[in-house]
Design a binder for this molecule. Sequence first.
Ligand SMILES: NC(=O)c1ccc[n+]([C@@H]2O[C@H](COP(=O)([O-])OP(=O)(O)OC[C@H]3O[C@@H](n4cnc5c(N)ncnc54)[C@H](OP(=O)(O)O)[C@@H]3O)[C@@H](O)[C@H]2O)c1
Length: 278
Amino acid sequence: MAVEVAGLNPSDTKIRARGGPGAPGGKEPPYVAGREAAGTIIDCGPGVNGLRPGDPVFAFFGWFARPGGHAEQLVVPASMVTRRPAAVPVAESAAVPLAGLTALQALRVLDVPPGERLLVTAGAGGVGHFAVQLGALRGLEVVATAGPDNHQFVRGLGASEVIDYHAPDATGRVAGISYLLDAVGGDNIAAYQGVLAEAARVVAVAGLPSVIRADVAATAIRCRPSGEELAELADLLADGVLSATVQEVFPLARAAEAHVLLEGGHVRGKLVIQIGAR
Ligand SMILES: NC(=O)c1ccc[n+]([C@@H]2O[C@H](COP(=O)([O-])OP(=O)(O)OC[C@H]3O[C@@H](n4cnc5c(N)ncnc54)[C@H](OP(=O)(O)O)[C@@H]3O)[C@@H](O)[C@H]2O)c1
């Protein structure tokens, strides 16, 4: 595929910070970052059905693809590639695959019954802003955490309540909650575990605490590439019931600035990198 725009994710900055050698998958320099991309099909291999040269597509191609998405051209397994909705700007589509699939797969693991309360931490971030929307679409009462500047944004995504995680009573505000989708990390789950309901369920996308309450069912997930699940997200995007927020589009020449901004930990939605034709 010819890459037009590619998303930037914390995994990219973490791998870069580790310096390549020794990183998972043996990513020796030169290493091309990027785990997702949106663009156009240049050509298809033998046996590929349902996709044609010229199709607008997007993909999350897993953790170990070489090169990554921050390249002009990529070879991607057809099973990971999905036609992206023509009406959605390519920069927004590029923001979806990794964070959107992570949110979708995390919600599937939690399997929250409709009408139940779900706590999404980091509701303004890449994963969180999709999780809030997908949770609300499933008919859940979504409570999210975010800094004060993001409360209006997260409410607009469908959260019925937004909690400032800096507040001293932040955890007490969700006392008795049964479902937690955490996108912050193990220490954050540790902070909330004392207020979770008995036999609560937790799904962690950024790691589990070293100790977890015995009655709590906690699962750490790692996003799986799936063209089929990405097609579900594409349908929601095309229907206008799911949206991707892109805080900023960086030209490839300024990718280093995008890494620094993302590492600051306060991006709203996603950052993406413009690679090819605009
Ligand atoms: N397991 C997987 O497959 C998988 C997939 C994707 C991501 N991840 C991991 O999941 C984590 C989140 O990824 P992401 O792309 O969503 O990150 P992100 O977009 O960089 O997260 C930034 C957001 O986090 C919020 N935030 C920062 N500290 C917070 C806190 N203590 N409590 C609540 N919100 C807080 C910020 O909101 P404010 O500005 O309002 O503070 C900001 O909107 C990363 O560690 C990433 O590596 C794992």
